[in-house]
Every structure is written in structure tokens, then in C-alpha cells.
Design a protein around this ligand. Structure first.
Ligand code: HEC
Length: 386
């Protein structure tokens, strides 16, 4: 992990690879040169550039970065050759030399198999409704092999050609969402072409996306139960929020502000706090609960989604904090006296910890917020997890 922490340049590099390929795909789609697959433009090649292996092999990542610098230089030389007639041949002669000298990375490290859906984005917005839909589908189609908790211990697991993977681990965060979609709908094969997971081709695309949402929410809760932290960053599920005297709005409309979600039922309900927006979560609209906040989230699907992510059957009284980017960061158990830095459950492994130079903030919540703001989530698909 520490080697990765030194490689701050790696995240932008992986982001660049991803961004360039996505832009190319959009351009091709705009020009009408690619077809569509499962509702979005289809990636036309069987390979794509990927950051997955670069995280493991820093040497290759460095080579790739240097090669990209050389390629940029080549592009500049070609432009200069166009403009500068007298030195044209000299400039052009250096191009092949540079291309030969560039430290090209090994193709099998930077190129991975791709599917038509590899660059697809989930259209669900990680909504509570989608998570609930995914939950029902999972119970129907997937528990047999993957198990109720997603750890791959279902009753049919042992009779499979390979053991079903643990969906409660980092797998869902490492894979491109579009790759997960493809594998669910079209099944998986091992290196010899033998089928390993059956295809669920009767599922609608929206159902497959819902399954991805559910498995991620479940995995977050399982991680919290098993390790006490969200090992992979998890976003706020999107739900409908009703604020006094206003039209209902999606929770995502509050992006940019810190949020506190208070699951109703706590005896010591907190009051509104100027450091963040407080919202009351309740399982139904009718419950006659004391109001702690001007804004209320009151659908059964929302309650279920937050309970899943918080990894608890007894959500009442739990409080959750989300940062300005919409990532869930901290939880306080029902009846907890107050907040402290230890409640930060989604944090960088290499974060500053308690060795802070700044004078200690007056109270636990301020300390927690300070640390949350100082250590933003750096998650990038196919790149860093935190
Ligand atoms: C008949 C058993 C079985 C059923 C039913 C099943 N799976 Fe799987 N699943 C597997 C096996 C085996 C693998 C491992 C495949 C491999 O690594 O080649 C797997 C792999 C996966 C993966 C990881 C894919 C990857 O990128 O490595 C996901 C995600 C997944 N399953 C989701 C689901 C979902 C969602 C359902 C329900 C719609 C489901 N599975 C139903 C057996 C099953």
C-alpha cells in the first residue's frame, strides 16, 4: 500500500486512459461508426487499455507513462515538421528513433479483454428502488450459488466447476460495471472455454443493473460487519426527500453539502446542526415519530437500502454521515454518546491518522468532519479503491 501511496501520479494516469477511451467511443458513436449494445454505444474491440494491472505492476505503469510522454513529443515534432520546412527532415528522422527508444510497456499488462458493454455506465443512479429490485432478483436467481450474504457459500456452490467468488469483497469495485453487466447477462467461461456461471439472458438490462446496485450495497454492509469499516467506498443511495413546504427532491440534489441521515427511533435524537444538513429516515410515511429534521426520507426501500449498507437489521437510532461528494463516510451506532474520529469508516489506509499537526478541534464531530474533509475519497474505477 505504501508504494502505491507514493505513486500519486498513477491515479491521473489511469483516469486518463479511461477518459481517452470513453471519449473515443463517444466520438465513434457520434459518427455512427459503432452499433449499440444493451442500450449504450458498444465498444468495438476485444481489448481495452486498463489500469487494473498497473496498480500491481508499478514498473509497467512507469513505462506506460514515459511512453505517453514520448508519444506527445512525437506529436509535437510532427506538428513542428509541418510548420518548419528547413528542418523538416531532421525532425521527421527523430520520430522513428523516439518510437524505438520509448519504453513500451508489455501489451499483456496494459491490454485486457473487453466486452461491448465494458464502458457502459449504470443508468440507475444507485437508487434505493433499484437496490430493492436487485434484492428481490438476487433472492430468486443468485442465492443458490452466491449465498444469502454474497460470500459464495450457497447450497449449489460446491457443485460448480469453479467456486463462486466472494461478492462481499473488493471484486465489484475492481471490475468495470459494464463488464459485470456483460458477465451476468452472458455468463462466464474459464480459460478453456468451459462455462462457469450460467447466462441470465432473460433478465432485462435494468434488472441486471439493479443486481449490480444490490450486490454493492450488500457488500458494503458485509464489509462493515466483518471488518468494522467500509473497505470499499460506497455512495449514498438515491432516495426521495421531502422537506417542509417544498416539492420532493432526490437526495442527489444535495451533492456538495455534508449530510447526516438519522434513522428514526433514537431516544436521543440530535437537533439540526449548522455543519451539515440533517435528514430523518423512517420506514414509512405514517409513523408518528418525533421530527428531528425539516427533511424526511420515508420509503420502505430507502430504509432497506440504508440498513443493507450499514450492515444491520436494527437501523433505528443509527446515524450516517456523508461527505460533500456523496460518499458515506461515518456511522454512529444507536445510543452512542457522540461522534469521534474513530467513527470514520471509509478512510485512506495511509491517512494521517491521529498524528495531526493542527490543534485538536473542540469536539468529536468537528474532529471527524475535519478528517473527512482532509481525506477525500479518491476512488477511481479500475484504479485506486480509496
Ligand atoms: C449456478 C451457480 C451460479 C448462479 C445461479 C449465479 N452465479 Fe454468479 N458466479 C458463479 C460462478 C461459478 C462464478 C465464477 C465465474 C468465474 O470466475 O469464471 C460467478 C461469478 C459471478 C460474478 C463475478 C464476475 C466477475 O467479473 O468475475 C458476479 C458479479 C456474479 N457471479 C453475479 C451473479 C448474480 C448477480 C447472479 C444472479 C443473477 C449469479 N451470479 C448467479 C455461479 C453462479
Amino acid at each position: 500500500m505504501s508504494a502505491l501511496a507514493d505513486a500519486e501520479w498513477l491515479n491521473p494516469l489511469i483516469g486518463l486512459l479511461q477518459g481517452v477511451q470513453l471519449s473515443l467511443l463517444r466520438l465513434l458513436a457520434w459518427l455512427g461508426l459503432v452499433g449499440s449494445s444493451h442500450g449504450q454505444p458498444a465498444w468495438p474491440w476485444a481489448l481495452r487499455l486498463s489500469g487494473e494491472n498497473l496498480l500491481i505492476d508499478l514498473g509497467q505503469a512507469r513505462r506506460l507513462a514515459l511512453t505517453l510522454v514520448v508519444l506527445a513529443l512525437v506529436a509535437l515534432l510532427l506538428l513542428a515538421a509541418l510548420a518548419w520546412r528547413r528542418r523538416r527532415w531532421l525532425l521527421l528522422a527523430t520520430v522513428p528513433l523516439l518510437l524505438v527508444l520509448a519504453p513500451w510497456p508489455q501489451p499483456e499488462i496494459v491490454l485486457v479483454p473487453a466486452y461491448p458493454t465494458s464502458f457502459h455506465r449504470s443508468p440507475t443512479g444507485f437508487s434505493a428502488a433499484s437496490i430493492a429490485q436487485g434484492h428481490a432478483l438476487y433472492a430468486k436467481h443468485c442465492v443458490g450459488c452466491h449465498g444469502v450474504d454474497g460470500r459464495g457459500q450457497g447450497p449449489l456452490a460446491a457443485s460448480q466447476p469453479v467456486w463462486p467468488p466472494n461478492l462481499a469483497g473488493p471484486l465489484l469495485w475492481r471490475r468495470a460495471d459494464g463488464d459485470l453487466l456483460w458477465r451476468m447477462l452472458h455468463g462466464t467461461k474459464d480459460r478453456h472455454g468451459t462455462s462457469t456461471m450460467p447466462a441470465f439472458d432473460r433478465l432485462a438490462d435494468s434488472e441486471a443493473w439493479a443486481l449490480i446496485d444490490f450486490t454493492k450495497a450488500q457488500s458494503a454492509g458485509q464489509s462493515l460487519r466483518a471488518t468494522g469499516v467500509w473497505s470499499q467506498p460506497i455512495g449514498l443511495p438515491d432516495v426521495v426527500v421531502r422537506c417542509e413546504g417544498r416539492e420532493p427532491r432526490p437526495l442527489s440534489a444535495w451533492r456538495g453539502q455534508r449530510l447526516r441521515i438519522v434513522a428514526a427511533g433514537s431516544a436521543t435524537a440530535p437537533l439540526e446542526d449548522p455543519r451539515m444538513v440533517t435528514m430523518q429516515l423512517q420506514a414509512s410515511a405514517v409513523a408518528a415519530l418525533p421530527r428531528v429534521a425539516g427533511c424526511v426520507i420515508d420509503s420502505p426501500a430507502a430504509w432497506e437500502a440504508f440498513a443493507l449498507i450499514a450492515g444491520t437489521d436494527r437501523l433505528a437510532g443509527t446515524q450516517l454521515l456523508a461527505d460533500r461528494d456523496g460518499w458515506l463516510r461515518a456511522r454512529s451506532a444507536p445510543g452512542a454518546a457522540g461522534w469521534s474520529e474513530d467513527d470514520l469508516l471509509c478512510r485512506t489506509a495511509t491517512g494521517p491518522g491521529s498524528t495531526q499537526d493542527d490543534p485538536a478541534p473542540a469536539d468529536g464531530l468537528s474532529a471527524l468532519i475535519a478528517r473527512m474533509d482532509a481525506e477525500p475519497v479518491r476512488f477511481l474505477k479500475g484504479g485506486f479503491v480509496h
